[in-house]
Design a binder for this molecule. Structure first.
Ligand SMILES: Nc1ncnc2[nH]cnc12
Ligand SMILES: [Zn+2]
Length: 337
């Protein structure tokens, strides 16, 4: 990638639609919060903890990810974590972020739901990056647990815009959560789900047809099913792809093997996201740069990806159009519109 494209990609306005806020906890902040809260960590130092970030698959990551989140106890901890992420997002020219949080990871440790949601939301309100919250259900737990979590979050309904589905995918198909997604839909919440990261295309089909999601998180295995690929393109069903995550969790062997360009060529609305930036070696711009460095992507693709990131967001139409116009104005300076 030449330096001009590099500069353009880094500075273009963009949205981030797939970021787990607990996945932005840097080792330094984990240690600082552990000290503040008197939590004993299994690692002697920041370096030792960071050295443990060598993953062989999703589960090996999740085991460390949940351990890292154990330092989050107070409302202020959730605020500090979110404020740190939003500062990094702003530096990457993120104009809007839709942020996942995993309440069950915290309520199961006795942290009040209100402290989780209010801490994250307060940091979003204090940031000049537009940010909204998506409550994720942990799919390795039961649907009853998800239903109870949704009910416990309802007093804070004005502070989150949607629900998602994350954690261990294989063996926990979307249809396991039919009732809780139907309940969330009744409540007017947006619906998304991780599907087709490690799970098969069948999981993407049921996220669409059983859960009725409006976006697919990851979804990179869709290309194994030509009919599904055609459907995603025809319906403009966006994928929130996380390139560095897919390499670190061995979904692809290296970035040169990533199928992001094939997804774009199939006409799918692809977005680039960081997933768990503190664990996967990069925030949003590093994900763009790593992808553009390894795949034959050019300015047209940068323009398309930036527009997709806002088009696939849950922003109100007027705000969405304002950001789309901002992207076009930005690229008009480079004869790419
Ligand atoms: N990439 C991922 N897949 C599933 N669950 C997650 N939780 C945090 N990151 C995740
Ligand atoms: Zn994810």
């Amino acid at each position: 990638m030449n330096t001009q494209i590099r500069h353009i990609v880094q500075n273009m306005p963009k949205a981030e639609l797939h970021i787990h806020i607990e996945g932005s906890l840097e080792p330094e902040l984990i240690f600082a919060l552990a000290q503040r809260n008197g939590v004993q960590l299994a690692y002697p130092s920041v370096e030792a903890l960071r050295a443990a970030y060598a993953f062989k698959d999703l589960q090996s990551f999740l085991d460390i990810y949940y351990a890292g989140a154990s330092v989050l106890l107070k409302e202020q901890d959730f605020y500090d974590m979110t404020a740190a992420y939003l500062a990094r997002a702003k530096a990457d020219h993120v104009r809007h972020a839709e942020i996942f949080f995993d309440p069950q990871t915290h309520t199961s440790r006795g942290v009040p739901m209100g402290d989780v949601i209010n801490g994250i939301h307060r940091a979003c309100a204090d940031s000049d990056v537009s940010a909204t919250l998506i409550l994720c259900f942990l799919r390795h737990l039961s649907e009853d647990d998800a239903l109870a979590t949704l009910e416990a979050a309802l007093p804070y309904r004005d502070k989150f815009i949607g629900v998602g589905l994350d954690s261990s995918e294989v063996g926990h198909p979307p249809e396991k959560f039919t009732r809780v997604f139907a309940r969330a839909r009744e409540l007017g919440l947006h619906l998304v789900a991780h599907a087709g990261e490690e799970g098969p295309p069948a999981y993407i089909w049921s996220a669409l047809d059983v859960l009725h999601v409006e976006r697919i998180d990851h979804g990179v295995r869709c290309l194994e099913d030509a009919e599904l690929t055609r459907r995603l393109a025809a319906e403009k069903m966006a994928l929130t792809v996380c390139p560095l995550s897919n390499i670190k969790l061995r979904v692809f062997d290296d970035m040169g093997q990533h199928n992001l360009l094939s997804l774009l060529d199939a006409g799918i609305v692809v977005t680039i996201n960081s997933d768990d930036p503190a664990y996967f070696g990069g925030y949003l711009n590093e994900n763009y740069l790593a992808t553009f460095d390894s795949l034959p992507l050019g300015l047209q693709h940068a323009h398309e990806l930036a527009k997709n990131s806002f088009a696939a967001s849950f922003l109100p139409a007027e705000q969405k159009q304002k950001f789309l116009d901002e992207v076009d104005a930005y690229f008009s300076a480079f004869d790419v519109v």
